[in-house]
Design a protein around this ligand. Structure first.
Ligand code: 5GP
Ligand code: SF4
Ligand code: MG
Length: 462
């Protein structure tokens, strides 16, 4: 998912619209914006893409100086409209809205214990807990001194955040303030931007670019920040050493031009292609990226190897990301609609095809047969990340183990299934060598080493 927030600017709803539009790649199932005019909150949420879903009439309805926004793809809960965000709830602190990127690992346990205490739930997504928990207790850890301005709200927020386990980058919107938080591991990104008189928050820095704001800094893992008319106050709620920032954000999820986790995604992604080339001994005539996600690693690979890069596969720009379609059949059709071979460069060539990741194998299988039909003589598939062997419990949609081809088949069997002449993945060590502080990253879907235990195994809903 992608989240965005902006504090104190006229027509905050418009900024939220463009800000969340810049994060469209992080979720295409639904979009929502909530605003506050300092008196009450309003929210609009719709299934579909930002530009298509939100009409002028919707925007009319949303007028305010504070706004939060969300684009969703489901990792927990049904992908129905009811789970679209921002979620909004009447609490003892008044109306509160919430946007959340991540996934909790103790949702089931917490939800049923709250239900036993008489709490009602209106959604089936883990994110609702952040709102419900505001009325479940108060807590201030010893090392924290709460600013008088925050005396009413923060003990409740701290309590909520102390109950949940797992991945969250989130923004609460109260009628007069925003409160943002990032889990102690820092699984998902969250950045702070500023412009002349507004403070902004976003999952990726491209949302600031589009609004002419500048990137200020990242919200730190375990940090909670309040912004209201009096200014900005920050609390380091969690002080644990262990970090687990999602390395898959660099592999695939984020846009290439953004800054997150203390680095430029482009630099890291290109390094992955270079590392892959260093581990590889195949010879070929051209390097062909699978657009768009294979482009940056392919540049790195091509430069490292000295084999020319050619656009042997051309993408239709009116189609979104193929992986996000809910069924296999829809994903198949979408791949064919999305990618087309470029015979002018493929005919008679030995081709190294680069993609960022291989998850279910759908994309690669189609691509290999497409390239063969278009006249490629040899097809060597190279993947700029290791085999995905386990699901993600922290907010990326790699749902069940059975659907992950590398959890069932050996690399040679995958090669045969896909129909390539050879297949090679970047090694786990190779991947880790591309980020600055590998010990601060989660790589569980590649390594099988999970930094936070998944407590809700039985519940696992798509
Ligand atoms: P496959 O076809 O093997 O299932 O998926 C691999 C392709 O899907 C790659 O081109 C990769 O860029 C893309 N991909 C990998 N992970 C994700 C994900 O979590 N979400 C989306 N939307 N696409 C993904
Ligand atoms: Fe990211 Fe994979 Fe860890 Fe999930 S399991 S947070 S996708 S690295
Ligand atoms: Mg791709």
């Amino acid at each position: 998912c992608g989240i965005f927030g902006i504090f104190n600017v006229e027509h905050a709803e418009k900024y939220a619209f463009y800000g969340i539009y810049a994060l469209q790649h992080r979720g295409q199932e639904s979009v929502g914006i909530a605003v506050s005019d300092y008196e009450r909150l309003r929210v609009v949420k719709k299934p579909g893409l930002v530009l298509e879903a939100l009409t002028a009439k919707d925007m009319e309805h949303l007028k305010g100086s504070i706004a939060i926004a969300h684009v969703r793809y489901s990792t927990s809960g049904d992908s129905t409209e009811i789970n679209a965000q921002p979620l909004i709830r009447e609490t003892s602190l008044g109306q509160v809205a919430l946007v959340h990127n991540g996934n909790l690992v103790n949702y089931k346990t917490l939800r049923s214990s709250l239900q036993e205490k008489g709490f009602n739930f209106y959604h089936t997504s883990d994110s609702e807990l952040f709102l419900a928990l505001l009325d479940a207790g108060e807590y201030v850890p010893e090392h924290i001194k709460v600013h008088p301005e925050d005396a009413k709200i923060m003990p409740k927020v701290f309590y909520a955040l102390h109950q949940v386990k797992g991945a969250y980058s989130l923004i609460y919107m109260f009628k007069d303030r925003l409160i943002v938080a990032r889990d102690p591991y820092g699984f998902r990104p969250l950045l702070i931007g500023r412009s002349k008189n507004a403070i902004l928050f976003a999952s990726e820095s491209c949302a600031f670019d589009i609004l002419g704001a500048e990137l200020w800094r990242e919200v730190k893992p375990g940090e909670v920040i309040v912004v209201d008319k009096k200014g900005m106050r920050t609390y380091q709620l969690f002080r644990q050493e262990k970090k687990a920032m999602c390395i898959f954000e660099f592999v695939y999820f984020s846009k290439p031009e953004v800054f997150l986790f203390g680095d430029w995604a482009y630099r890291v992604r290109k390094a992955m292609g270079m590392a892959l080339a260093k581990e590889d001994d195949v010879d070929a005539d051209i390097v062909v990226p699978v657009p768009d996600s294979g482009v940056v690693p392919a540049i790195g690979y091509s430069q490292e190897k000295g084999i020319p890069l050619e656009f042997g596969i051309i993408r239709n720009h009116y189609i979104g990301r193929s992986f996000i379609e809910p069924t296999q059949e829809l994903r198949n059709i979408k791949v064919l609609m999305k990618l087309n071979p470029n015979r002018a460069v493929l005919e008679g060539k030995r081709v190294i095809v680069i993609d960022d990741s291989l998850v279910r194998g759908t994309t690669s299988k189609k691509i290999v047969s497409m390239l063969r039909k278009a006249g490629a003589k040899e097809i060597h598939l190279r993947i700029a990340s290791p085999p995905v062997i386990g699901p993600c419990y922290y907010g990326i949609d790699t749902p069940t183990k059975e659907e992950l081809i590398a959890s069932r088949l050996s690399i040679e069997d995958i090669r045969q299934f896909i129909g390539a002449d050879s297949l090679r993945y970047l090694s786990l060590e190779g991947l880790k060598s591309c980020v600055k502080n590998p010990q601060d990253f989660c790589d569980a879907c590649f390594s099988g080493v999970y930094p936070v235990e998944y407590e809700d195994k039985a519940l696992r809903m798509r």
